[in-house]
Design a protein around this ligand. Sequence first.
Ligand code: 13P
Ligand code: SF4
Length: 335
Amino acid sequence: MIINNPQLQILEKGFLDIDVPPTLDLFEAINELKKQKKMIVLAHYYQEPDIQDVADYIGDSLGLAQKAAETDAEIIVFAGVHFMAETAKILNPNTKVLLPDLKAGCSLADSAPADLFKAFKAKHPDHLVVSYINCSAEIKALSDIICTSGNAEAIINSIPTNQPILFAPDKNLGAYLNKKTGREMLLWNGACMVHEIFSLQKLIQLKVRHPEAKFIAHPECEDAVLNIADFIGSTTQLLKYSSQSNASTFIVGTETGILHKMQQLSPNKTFIPAPPTNSCACNDCPHMKLNTLEKIYVCMQYEQPELTMDENLRLAALQPIKRMMEISKKAGLIG
Ligand code: 13P
Ligand code: SF4
């Protein structure tokens, strides 16, 4: 098929808008492409179930970064969001990184524009900058160490207690870490739209109706929500907890995509998504959900859209990620 000006289409839409025949078995077609090309499909737990089922590896942000760094595939197809694909490119520059929809962004990453953050950082020259991986490559380049929800506590605890820290961009994760580690980190005022949507009142009502249920939550949730959680952790840690716990019912305080793997690992357990504040909004991340099986197939076939990065920016962003990887390795943390 000939596409008229594919680069312009990608620029405008974020993806190649090519009709895929509805009769095509996408699972088979994707697996066939994987055999033909040296490709690996990496997917975050927040992707739709079909995408998780065709992925070669599913993980949280830490696991995905580790997998992207170590793969010898020639092409990484990243079923996730922009900052994740950027991290893969930073760690593995000689591999072609494809993102099925370049407009798959992140509200949390967007809450820290690089120019404003640079000015904020300049006001606190004595602070070490620790940034959550959910940020742009520009913010990473302005940071001293990166962390993920899976290793944040270990990263903070690796820093001498007398060293002031500026933590960005997630104020909820930052506040949680302050509580856990006893630090008083200065927090950038950013948040994730999905993890701020949970209704405390409805959650309490749900817990009353299901007294046997364990409420498990991601540390990007607000403090009041985390206060009533039985377990707090990254997506991988929540998954592990739900599969190993003796409880039979779980109220899940994170994006709904994770329920697919939870249910697969524990078919006899019940998983209830934590209730959002209003009846029409759901706990789906609109950015993560921009990826579809069709877009993944087209992207694998045409090897576009490709994520590219300025080499100086890549090198600057690499240093704080490398520090994170080293600390994680020492602590034996795998996502
Ligand atoms: P983790 O993958 O570290 O659990 O973070 C969740 C998230 O919000 C990713 O966008
Ligand atoms: Fe960003 Fe939140 Fe979506 Fe994760 S769930 S990609 S933090 S908006």
